[in-house]
Design a protein around this ligand. Structure first.
Ligand SMILES: Cc1cc2nc3c(=O)[nH]c(=O)nc-3n(C[C@H](O)[C@H](O)[C@H](O)COP(=O)(O)O)c2cc1C
Length: 160
């Protein structure tokens, strides 16, 4: 079946982005994670970030119930993680793959930067909800970024 949104997706996809994994803890204490490229920095003081979650995503109810989330910007070696958490039923995170900071949401080790956030506001917008988070802890890890452009991964950018 033809995807009626393909032309718009292709136009949006001309904006090169990083790839991040957004995570939260669900009501039964399990981790939920999904691949996102909608991450944006919002404010320095207070430190705010956002990303957009599709209403139809399996993870949607969990991020709507959670008080916190973490975002891990992936490094160039993490294509498999990106594909895994873009699938409907990803294999769960194993303890060697993450750290837990202040909020309890897992921060992935395959990152170039991590952000542990308390949810500040949620705004429904069309078929997504914008999840604004206040950063309570962050770090930077050496490494090159995983880049997404025109529906493909790119890893040609050198670490500074
Ligand atoms: C490169 C890439 C970027 C994505 N960015 C987002 C995003 O910003 N927000 C979102 O809700 N889903 C995004 N997705 C889709 C979700 O990762 C995917 O829908 C989810 O992990 C699981 O699939 P489900 O919708 O079947 O539950 C992206 C997928 C890929 C491959």
């Amino acid at each position: 079946m033809a995807d009626e949104f393909r032309p718009l997706k292709d136009a949006f996809g001309k904006f090169a982005t990083g790839i991040a994994i957004a995570t939260c803890v669900d009501a039964s204490g399990g981790f939920r994670a999904l691949t996102v490229n909608s991450f944006t920095s919002v404010s320095l003081n207070p430190a705010l970030v956002l990303w957009c979650l599709e209403l139809k995503a399996a993870a949607y109810p969990h991020f709507m119930e959670a008080d916190n989330y973490a975002v891990s910007m992936l490094n160039a070696d993490a294509t498999a993680l990106s594909n895994r958490f873009a699938s409907r039923e990803p294999a769960p995170l194993t303890p060697d793959e993450y750290e837990v900071w202040e909020t309890g949401a897992p921060v992935l080790k395959s990152r170039i930067a991590g952000f542990d956030c308390r949810i500040h506001r949620r705004h429904k917008a069309g078929d997504h909800v914008i999840l604004i988070g206040e950063v309570v802890r962050f770090d930077i890890v050496d490494g090159a970024p995983l880049v997404y452009f025109a529906s493909n991964y790119h890893s040609g950018i050198k670490a500074p």
